[in-house]
Design a protein around this ligand. Sequence first.
Ligand code: GRF
Length: 208
Amino acid sequence: MRGVNRPARLVVLVSGSGTNLQALLDACTDPAYGARVVAVGADRDGIEGLARAERAGIPTFARSVSDFETREGWDAAMTTLVERFEPDVVVSAGFMKLLSTDFLAKFLTLNTHPALCPAFPGMHGPRDALEHGVKVTGATLFVVDAGVDTGPIVAQVPVEVAEDDDVDSLHERIKTAERAMLVDAVGRIAREGITVDGRRVRIGTSAR
Ligand code: GRF
């Protein structure tokens, strides 16, 4: 990541409650963190994620796929909207849509997934981990590529599965760990840079 702004400019994409977004917003109140959220985008209206951004005085935008005649139309609109905010990094934090290859070519895009990739990709990471009977699962931050939760891994955090966990209790514990991982990794990327070399991702001063 070259030519990064100081503080680094983040556009965050959300589809739901936005607790990961909130963790980033809270971290960004400290100037030493090195990043600021310049806009929050969504694929639907009326979600708590957008309300969190509005309360923080951050510009928002929302576009539903159903507002467009084609999926390509929505893809192009999201790309144009995000481009307007000139992000150094786009963070997809609970954003429930796949992004186009054109979007991914333009922006370094990170996504959080509530499982230890490459295990349990897709919409139901905590449920699938529980059903599989794993004893340890967790969360993964990765660089988004054309696949579903397949991109180069930036950071991971393990979470133990408790014997009496259900999907909600497990997901809530994963989300607590996930937020801390996201805040830590995005801050280090903003301050120190990132290099993606095939599947190997490096954060640090040598990455600039
Ligand atoms: C997170 O666990 C994320 O990994 C998953 O959905 C959850 C979003 O949570 N895709 P929130 O909207 O940030 O609270």
